[in-house]
Design a protein around this ligand. Sequence first.
Ligand SMILES: C[S@@+](CC[C@H](N)C(=O)[O-])C[C@H]1O[C@@H](n2cnc3c(N)ncnc32)[C@H](O)[C@@H]1O
Length: 211
Amino acid sequence: MPSIAQRLMGNPLVSAVYEGVWRPVFTRIFSLGGSGTAEFDKAFTAYLARAGERTILDVACGPGLYTRRLAANLTGTGHCVGVDFSEAMLARAVTKPHPRTSFIRGDAHRLPFADDSFDTVTCFAALYLIPDPLPVIDELIRVTRPGGEVAIFTSVVTGLTSLPGVKTIGHLGGYRFFGRDEITDRLRLAGVGRIEQTVVDQGQFVLAFKD
Ligand SMILES: C[S@@+](CC[C@H](N)C(=O)[O-])C[C@H]1O[C@@H](n2cnc3c(N)ncnc32)[C@H](O)[C@@H]1O
């Protein structure tokens, strides 16, 4: 059953204000008690948006704000595909066409792609609102080619997110705060050898390199 947060993402009003209001507000919430999430986000995305001829899959792409940024410096036949299960989000994504992006509707639990299809697979700000998120990590790895990378941005438990009120409000809204090793442990279980995890304020950025 979809969480409240997932249902909100299917609402045309939320999708209309997502890029300009919702995402910036949530970035600030992630930065509470620090100041680095937005800055790290820029560096992380800049690395992922490096120039080159690569294929990228942006899972749970929303209105495509990162899909376009990831595609911006691609060369040759390089291409970035955004996948999301919200029709409303995808309707917004296609209002800003980019020659190196395309969008497809699909569930992150069953990505509509063959094994080893993409050089880079990203999943930003989505795992924490998916009720059964760990199998999604296996899917991200499955569709990444050997030698490719998976990049994840999601929540992490901190002193702030452990406060009873914050935890309860989060859970009621369908948001999950991942334990410090929950994501990396699942990546290891999926057979990934090299993992880089950076915790910034309430967020964690994870890069996993598929052998
Ligand atoms: C908070 S938005 C994140 C959008 C974008 N990645 C970003 O960083 O701003 C979360 C997105 O995850 C999508 N989503 C949630 N569960 C999903 C699932 N099981 N399969 C595909 N997309 C899903 C929602 O529809 C929503 O567009």
